[in-house]
Design a protein around this ligand. Structure first.
Ligand code: NAD
Length: 523
């Protein structure tokens, strides 16, 4: 199928064409609902033995999985390249190079997030007692993923879920089912039978997975689907982490290092053809340098090459025809409303390729500024100063990453912290997406989910408070209510207000109260 026909003809079924050239891919059948229930049941059966292993053994298995993925990378790169249209080099760079260091980070986080926490109790108030908090795996965690990073979207949650002692059911996107299936089959080789399950299919399969006996869900995807998932999870009273769309802004100040800034912004806007939840889609540039910035950014972006092509390429095509349509609609709407096309603005190749695009003179009235584009399009908005930039950057339905580009690090940090986003950066963007120690999170319609860091663990474990009383005496406030109870209570209050004398009164009354309580028991 030629891309020129994509907008006019009905869209191909998800995941059935190679986005690079439109050649057909063998369809991957959806998992029937009854089979989904059985997959979850097998995961549930496998989970207790997995959770009972010492953490060190789960760590060893998790590290082995990461190593095997890398050792067998040729297999997955070929699959991923076919279903995303990206070159194998791009897939390698964006999904595998940081994997092992990320997994080591997951291990460090797991050790602290899963360690029992001692709670200090005052020996005077709570004699002979001790308490601690421990992490208990949820059970079966469903991980529902989108298509933009067919492997990476699983990596951020699969490792902490398993390290925490859970079973996992993976639900890849219907657009990229093969990479997910490869990952699940590798897990089946390394982990106990049934521990990592796989569900294929469109939204209906994801919905059926949510209907099954799962204990938690990590959802990454669009806002409309995320709302449905959050509603279903709240109905079932199970924890849910939703990581949804973005419309990230970069703020370019007049004192920035222009060369570094234009390449950094081009990179984080066009990386993965802009199909990155934290892609820079809006650039607010101070008007005093706007002409120079746009001119250099245009020069850089015009040089970027779309796969498939002879020699190296910086980006692949859009992954699917529906996404290509959105990109074309956003660019057409911007041009109709007076934006200037600096470069790009047209399809490339015979698949879903689209030339990296810079639009100058954009405004909030344009869809390319107000809606997620998820494509290789940079909307430039000129602003008077940094305050205006921050105000307009914050005027968004989303809030994932936000960055400020400047040589003045202190001012940049202060401005970045005023951005209403989950990840604030200075002179970089989206780079923390593979850093396991940092929370990947957002505001507003980006959703309340937290991926990675110890803050993600509320999805993967519940906390159990354990309290052990080794005291031989009954507690002094137990029944009966005798003549010493009120003086005892008064002394406790005064002691808590800081009276030393009251402390001695408490000690004296304690003994009398304990005698009275024991007498009550004896009858
Ligand atoms: P999508 O919502 O269409 O699909 C995501 C996944 O959810 C797929 O596996 C799909 O089959 C499943 N699904 C759809 N409806 C469902 C339902 N009712 N119940 C359960 N599962 C359901 O999203 P997409 O188009 O595949 O992904 C693109 C979106 O993902 C973009 O908005 C992007 O910003 C977002 N994204 C966000 C992050 C993040 O970390 N915030 C990361 C990557 C992508």
């Amino acid at each position: 199928m030629h891309a020129m026909n994509a907008a006019a003809s009905p869209l191909p079924l998800p995941g059935t064409v190679n986005p690079a050239d439109g050649s057909p891919l063998e369809p991957v059948p959806a998992t029937p609902a009854a089979e989904i229930r059985a997959i979850v049941a097998r995961a549930r059966a496998a989970q207790p033995a997995w959770a009972a292993l010492p953490l060190a053994e789960r760590i060893a298995k998790a590290e082995l999985l990461a190593r095997r993925i890398l050792e067998r990378r040729a297999e997955v790169l070929a699959l991923m390249s076919r279903e995303t249209g990206r070159s194998e080099t791009e897939c390698l760079m964006s999904e595998l190079t940081a994997l092992l260091s990320m997994v080591r980070g997951h291990v460090r986080v797991a050790k602290s997030a899963l360690a029992p926490e001692k709670v200090k109790l005052s020996p005077l108030e709570f004699p002979g007692k001790k308490a601690w908090i421990e992490a208990v795996p949820r059970g079966v965690v469903a991980i529902i993923a989108p298509w933009n990073y067919p492997l990476g979207n699983f990596m951020k949650s699969l490792f902490p879920a398993l390290l925490a002692g859970n079973a996992v059911v993976l639900k890849p996107s219907e657009h990229t089912p093969r990479t997910g299936a490869w990952l699940a089959s590798l897990c089946a080789e390394l982990f106990p039978s049934g521990l990592v399950g796989l569900v294929q299919g469109e939204g209906a399969a994801g919905a059926a997975l949510l209907e099954s006996e799962i204990d938690a869900v990590v959802f990454t995807g669009s806002v409309p689907s995320g709302r449905k998932v959050a509603q279903k999870a709240s109905e079932k009273l199970i924890p849910c982490s939703v990581e949804l769309g973005g419309k990230d802004a970069a703020i370019v100040l007049a004192d920035c290092d222009l060369d570094r800034t234009v390449v950094g912004i081009a990179n984080w806007a066009i990386h993965n053809c802009g199909q990155n939840c934290a892609a820079i889609e809006r650039v607010y540039v101070e008007s005093s340098i706007a002409d120079a910035f746009v001119e250099r950014l245009t020069r850089v972006v015009a040089k970027l090459r779309v796969a498939p092509s002879e020699g190296p390429t910086e980006l692949g095509p859009l992954q699917n025809a529906a996404q290509l349509r959105i990109v074309e609609e956003h660019v057409a709407d911007a041009l109709a409303q007076g934006a200037k096309l600096c470069t790009g603005g047209k399809r490339t190749g015979s698949g879903f390729g689209y030339a990296p695009t810079v639009l100058d003179g954009c405004t909030e009235a344009m869809r390319v500024v107000s809606e997620e584009t998820f494509g290789p399009v940079i909307a430039v908005l000129r602003v008077k100063d940094a305050d205006e930039a921050v105000r307009r950057a914050n005027d968004s339905r989303y809030g994932l990453n936000g960055s400020v580009w400047t040589r003045d690090i202190a001012r940049g940090t202060e401005l970045a912290r005023r951005l209403e986003v989950g990840v604030s950066l200075v002179n970089n963007h989206a780079i923390t997406g593979t850093m396991a120690e940092l929370p990947w999170t957002g505001t507003r319609e980006t959703g309340f989910g937290v991926a990675m860091s110890r803050h993600a663990y509320s999805t993967f474990v519940r906390r159990r408070a354990v309290f052990v009383d080794r005291s031989n005496d009954p507690d002094a406030w137990w029944f009966p209510a005798d003549e010493n109870l009120r003086p005892f209570g008064e002394a406790v209050v005064e002691m808590s207000l800081g009276s030393k004398a009251a402390m001695f009164r408490v000690l004296g009354l304690l003994k009398k109260r304990v005698r009275a309580i024991r007498a009550l028991a004896k009858g």
